[in-house]
Design a protein around this ligand. Sequence first.
Ligand SMILES: [Zn+2]
Length: 419
Amino acid sequence: MDERMNAHKIAQKLLMQCEELAKISEWPDSVLRQYLTPEHKAANKLVAQWMCEAGLVCWHDEVGNIWGRLISEQPDAEHLVLGSHLDTVPNAGKYDGILGVLMAIEAAKALRKQGVKLPFHLDIVGFADEEGTRFGTTLIGSQAVAGHFNRDWLNLTDAEGTTLLEAMQHFELNPGLARKAALKPDALLGYWEVHIEQGPVLASQNCSVGIVTSIAGARRARISVQGKAGHAGTTPMHLRNDAAVAAAELTLAIESLAQKTQAGEVATVGSIQVPQGAANVIAGQCDMLLDVRAGADANRDELISAIEQSAQQIAEARGVSIRFDWYHKASAEPCSSEFQSIFEDAAQQLDIQTPHLPSGAGHDAMAMAAITPIGMLFVRSPNGISHNPEECVYSTDVAAAFSVLHQSLMDFSRRYQGV
Ligand SMILES: [Zn+2]
């Protein structure tokens, strides 16, 4: 069968499988599938069945990730890991994470059916907990695989007060063995993840597939603006130290500074509150939350110092004080340039345009970057919608992403063998 026709048939199948997995939900009318729930178990079972049908050897690890392997005939073969996650946020879409796992299985199946002999094991993983919906800590599945399972997590509780330790036991996992889920970095060639973009960039460029350059590093701050409360009727405008107006000016300054950056840095004031605010009181205090992200830590920190400088000027001009409390920091994780060029070459052979873009959202690849080089492909998110039932993908985009993944695997295999 013509390759292109075949990719379209596979895309149709993948979309049907996504629909089927979405039926495994804690909620009757929308999708919620959390870590270590009966739904997690049922999803693993169904995915394991699909892995087996694809000819993969299948198992689940010590923290509940599901694995399938296309075994290489080479003795002492290394491993290339492909995957994404199977858990969801509340009221989720059907493709976030899931599409990447299922596409990897289909790619392995296609290689097996073609009789391609890989010089490395192809390991497909469905990570159990990326979103952190149940216990509030993200990437438990991939962090465990990367050797970063933190024993303190066992004391985390869900909304019902069930601890992670109890939930693992209930899932028939031994919490004492959780660290055994860690892979040996020496045996790894890399980790590849296909994921929906969850943003509007590919849609705005009318492209099906993109190559991720890095996963953005983020910093978050609580900003406290202290002014002077006063009577809204009796205090003339020129005698005010209005915290809310200073916060508004700072918000506009942050937007303008981020707009002037060159490498797609983003900054967001996601919350502005005047504690005990009232219509007839000049705000004495204003609390803001700021999130700054960039594909490279140096760019992010440069934007942050510009924001702090601007805050200083606003504070002086308005007679208020502005304090930043940086409470969250995550480093950017660059994607392997070798993998980016393999994806690029594969796409060129297929005549598929693949813009390069950073990922503003976090992914399992971030955790895997601690032990092995990472590569990521994005599939266009029409309208940029995700974490919502309206999340969708075009079948033609899924076919394009599958073709790029499949071709990349064949090319990487040839490169590995020096052919
Ligand atoms: Zn995801």
